[in-house]
Design a protein around this ligand. Sequence first.
Ligand code: B12
Length: 158
Amino acid sequence: MLKLSVLGVALIALAAWTEGNTGCRNGMVCMESFTYTVTNHLIWPYFNNSIAFKIDGNKPVIHYMQQACEMEPKQFINFTATYYHQYGYYIDAINGIRDNYYNNGTYWEFWNATTALNVGVSYYIPSPGDRVLLKFTVDSSKQSTKRHYKRTANGRLS
Ligand code: B12
């Protein structure tokens, strides 16, 4: 009996040590967490999916994007990115919705709670309380007069 209680206490201590003193962990909104959201209101199937992460050192957003796909694959199905030596990864598509900036002005815009960010997902490091957002957007200066977009076989909009 005594052995079991000692084991129990040891397990609780181990859990507290792994999660930090606050018990904050992935999936839980708390002092040490931020939320990551992907939102698309432009083309069906629309989605607005969020997940909370405990901040993991100085890891950039792209690290958590991959974690989201592993943890919640129904909401964060996939993403594709192109690597640019100077700026890191550029997000081309999320959940099969692909940008087509030069034809219709659409792209995945990168935001935190207050502002469109001036770096990409490889360089932005979330801080506690942050709300990081990738929002499927149309650049109004490039927007055509079309109101409805159709999704083609490769996920692009026509
Ligand atoms: C055109 C452009 C865009 C277009 C890209 C169109 C496309 N690829 O389909 C749009 C408007 C979509 C865009 C988006 C973004 N952009 Co931009 N963009 C530019 C701009 C004005 C010109 C790039 C260009 O054509 N160069 C000439 C060609 C020949 O060289 P290139 O290497 O092939 O260019 C490609 C890359 O630059 C890439 N690209 C464009 N923006 C970005 C951003 C990131 C993070 C990456 C990895 C790649 C990338 O697309 C270009 C065309 O294929 C530059 C400013 C500048 N004057 O350089 C900013 C610039 C590159 N963009 C920037 C940023 C921050 C972004 C965004 C993160 C903004 C946001 N908050 O959403 C997003 C990217 C988000 C994502 N999806 O990952 C910054 C990068 C700064 C940095 N240190 O990381 C720049 C330098 C502007 C600035 N001074 O703030 N962008």
